[in-house]
Design a protein around this ligand. Structure first.
Ligand SMILES: CCC(=O)SCCNC(=O)CCNC(=O)[C@H](O)C(C)(C)COP(=O)(O)OP(=O)(O)OC[C@H]1O[C@@H](n2cnc3c(N)ncnc32)[C@H](O)[C@@H]1OP(=O)(O)O
Length: 276
């Protein structure tokens, strides 16, 4: 296994797994607000290798945005994200592939955390496994009233792949984070709010409009003020954050392709049952 794989090597590997896209929408750029859209609707916004590459390209583009103020990460269709693509999980079911995926995603998401903009995840419907991990990377998690959020990795014989436990602990504290990852429980909007994971609940039928209003209220000042404030808050404990991601990856990748993981992947997986 290459311990410091190049970006080019990792992208060639991940781009074998196509489907879906993550794209930047400039609809509200005039207000300093970017939309980062997860779109793989037919697979409940499962994140393919190609979508991890898309995400990185979006983050690289955002890094160049001089007068930006905020980014809203959201999912098209009826889910925020069903997590890592099970096609990739079943095909690349070995620790080396797990290491490569995790290494690449960590690097992208560390860059996302360092953006000098207010970041907000608008989370609705299922947000499971890697989907829950992506959700907690933002400064603020806004949940719609239909959210079903769960760190279901344990049920899959793995632990978090993309740094989600490190982020989760920072948001909800050690004991609540541990409870969430140890139980793999699926949380409702009210439970997310009570945990301190969600900052606000929005109505699922007008969720983007409500989230935009929340973001507008936070971004009334000039972009230079917002970015300076974000540069300060981003800096605080950055080193321990990055070190913790390294440890999280060391725990994750040997479990990718383990006996437990294989047994879970061999089953028909549905973490949330439809009511009808
Ligand atoms: C990074 C590590 C990780 O993320 S580990 C966690 C991986 N994620 C999962 O295990 C989620 C498994 N999926 C589910 O629990 C359900 O599909 C959820 C998301 C609750 C949606 O249920 P429901 O609305 O009834 O839809 P469904 O099950 O019929 O699925 C529709 C189609 O989407 C697919 N799908 C779903 N999740 C994934 C996924 N993670 N990767 C790839 N495909 C996924 C389903 O297989 C189904 O596809 P198809 O229509 O049968 O072709």
């Amino acid at each position: 296994m290459e311990e410091n794989p190049s970006t080019e090597f990792l992208e060639n590997f991940l781009l074998n797994y196509t489907g879906g896209e993550i794209k930047l929408l400039q609809t509200y750029y005039n207000e300093g607000i970017a939309l980062l859209c997860i779109n793989h609707v037919e697979k409940r916004n499962a994140i393919t290798g190609k979508m991890l590459v898309d995400l990185r390209n979006c983050v690289l583009e955002l890094e160049k945005w001089e007068n930006g103020k905020a980014v809203i990460l959201y999912g098209e269709g009826i889910a925020f994200s069903s997590g890592g693509d099970l096609n990739f999980a079943r095909t690349e079911n070995n620790p080396t592939s797990g290491f490569y995926m995790s290494y690449y995603a960590h690097d992208t998401l560390k860059r996302f955390r360092k953006l000098p903009f207010v970041t907000v995840s608008l989370v609705h419907g299922p947000a499971l496994g890697g989907g829950a991990e992506l959700a907690v990377y933002s400064d603020y998690v806004i949940v719609a009233d239909d959210v079903k959020l769960g760190f279901v990795h344990g049920k899959m014989g793995i632990v978090s792949a993309w740094g989600g436990t490190t982020r989760l602990m920072r948001i909800v504290g050690e004991r609540k984070a541990l409870e969430m990852v140890l139980t793999s429980k699926i949380y409702s909007a009210k439970e997310c709010l009570d945990l301190g994971l969600a900052y606000k609940i929005v109505n699922s039928s007008i969720k983007l409009a409500e989230t935009l209003n929340f973001v507008r209220a936070l971004t009334v000042h000039d972009y230079s003020i917002i970015q300076s404030n974000k540069n300060v808050t981003n800096f605080v404990s950055e080193n321990s954050f990055e070190k913790s991601l390294d440890i999280e990856r060391e725990q994750f990748y040997p479990k990718w392709g383990s006996k437990l993981n294989k047994e879970a992947l061999d089953k028909r997986i549905k973490h949330v049952q439809n009511k009808n």
